[in-house]
Write a protein that binds this ligand. Structure first.
Ligand SMILES: CC(C)(COP(=O)(O)OP(=O)(O)OC[C@H]1O[C@@H](n2cnc3c(N)ncnc32)[C@H](O)[C@@H]1OP(=O)(O)O)[C@@H](O)C(=O)NCCC(=O)NCCS
Length: 406
């Protein structure tokens, strides 16, 4: 039996085995309103590593709680990639909610990650109020955007690099991984993508198409875009746009905006600072339909993460990181700049900046703003100059994007 903080003593925690997959899928499907088919189970099995799943079990009900994770590498500002756990499949049975089962699962899982030396855990959240208490903060945001193609003229001087060709899914499977790696190296928050993930995404199952066509692709030497056509609304829906150079970005957008018979180009997963609006003669033609939290991050090893990233400006500051859930915080001296950084635990002295572990998770990829947290009382610095420097140092040239939904 594993660590168990559940108030209901009948419920115990254990690691999953391969044989648990059908019961896990049944429990998960009940929580999320999905009936998984045998084909779905085969797809899920390709990414399922049983040891990575913690189950809560009630002798009278079977599995009543689940959490699992996928292994990724994630890019920090400056380009270093660190191992990360992508938490997934989180649910508690409707009959067993609000008795501390999620809390017990989170504690068990996060302690195991920390014990294994993982510097950071990541997840995407079904609701915004669940994960802050466990130390997760919003690390990436996504914009749901659309462009009415007829009104979206490009700037007369917008680059026209060319070099785009239409490609099959098999061709994207061949060239995509290298392009994606190059994109990930320059994108904070980007997740690495294993062969199993590539196969899963490009298997393009019908239930993932939202009523639109199977995937079409455009490929450039430095990037690609995958999209679907929804003929009922004459919409080209971008599934993903991955570019390693600005030339590829401009060339692929120019081609997308030439898609006759599509009234609208929509993208549910655009970055906060998506440059396409600056390629348009009228930037207002990129309409934002919504702004949402994307990936949440939970720092598990403060010095490892802070020393591995780079900073936009030179910084020498003592931080007081508050982590009531796992007690992995403390006082740290962080010195760093664009070329390197060091972070070591310190004792004594007055910290210049105090913040919660969840706010650190939000700042670490360059998405969150220390100044904004400070105005809400979540980052505290007695000296406004220190706060200004801290805020500036954590900023990144481009907004973080995680790129793979998990
Ligand atoms: C979200 C879910 C996993 C919570 O499980 P649970 O076992 O009821 O949670 P716990 O009893 O351990 O709650 C721990 C704390 O979180 C709070 N909490 C739990 N779910 C919450 C929610 N949806 N919104 C706000 N607070 C929530 C509890 O009130 C409790 O607060 P406390 O620390 O102040 O006591 C469960 O409701 C569920 O499975 N929902 C449907 C599937 C889902 O949304 N999964 C998450 C996918 S990202």
């Amino acid at each position: 039996m594993l660590q168990n903080d559940v108030t209901d003593t009948a419920v115990t925690l254990r690691r999953a085995t391969a044989a648990d997959l059908p019961a896990i899928a049944l429990a998960d499907g009940r929580a999320f309103g999905v009936h998984y088919t045998d084909t779905d189970l085969d797809d899920i099995r390709a990414l399922f590593e049983p040891d990575r799943y913690v189950l809560a079990e009630d002798p009278d009900h079977g599995i009543v709680g689940i959490t699992g994770d996928f292994p990724f590498d994630v890019t920090l500002p400056g380009g270093a990639a660190v191992p990360a756990a992508g938490v997934t499949w989180v649910s508690v049975a409707v009959t067993h909610r609000r008795r501390g089962i999620l809390r017990a699962l989170m504690a068990e899982q996060l302690r195991a990650f920390a014990g294994a030396g993982l510097p950071v855990a990541l997840l995407t959240a079904s609701e915004g109020a669940i994960y802050g208490r466990f130390g997760y903060g919003v690390a990436t945001e996504r914009r749901d955007v659309e462009i009415t193609r007829r009104r979206a003229a490009l700037r007369p001087d917008a680059p026209d690099p060319g070099g785009v060709r239409q490609a099959t899914t098999a061709e994207v499977r061949a060239v995509g991984p290298e392009l994606h790696e190059r994109w990930a190296a320059r994108t904070p928050g980007a997740l690495s993508r294993s062969d199993a993930w590539w196969d899963s995404i490009l298997s393009d199952r019908e239930h993932r198409r939202g009523g639109a066509s199977a995937l079409f692709h455009l490929v450039h030497a430095d990037g690609y875009v995958s999209y679907r056509i929804d003929r009922s609304t004459q919409t080209c829906r971008i599934a993903e746009l991955v570019t390693a150079t600005d030339e590829a970005y401009a060339a692929l957008w120019r081609t997308l905006l030439a898609l006759d018979l599509s009234e609208t180009v929509s993208w549910w997963n655009a970055a906060v600072d998506e440059p396409v609006q600056h390629l348009l003669a009228d930037p207002r033609q990129l309409r934002t339909l919504g702004l949402f939290d994307g990936m949440w991050a939970r720092v598990l090893d403060v010095p490892a993460v802070l020393a591995a990233r780079r900073y936009a400006a030179e910084l020498d500051v003592v931080l007081d990181v508050h982590d009531p859930f796992l007690d992995l915080g403390g006082r740290f001296r962080l010195t760093g700049g664009p070329d390197g950084a060091a972070c070591t635990p310190v004792t004594g002295g007055e910290p210049a900046v105090a913040l919660g572990i969840a706010q650190l998770g939000a700042l670490v990829f360059g998405g969150g703003r220390a100044g904004s947290f400070a105005r809400a009382g979540l980052v505290r610095a007695a000296d406004p100059d220190v706060l200004r420097r801290f805020d500036a140092a954590f900023r990144t040239e481009r907004s973080p994007v995680h790129g793979t939904e998990f």
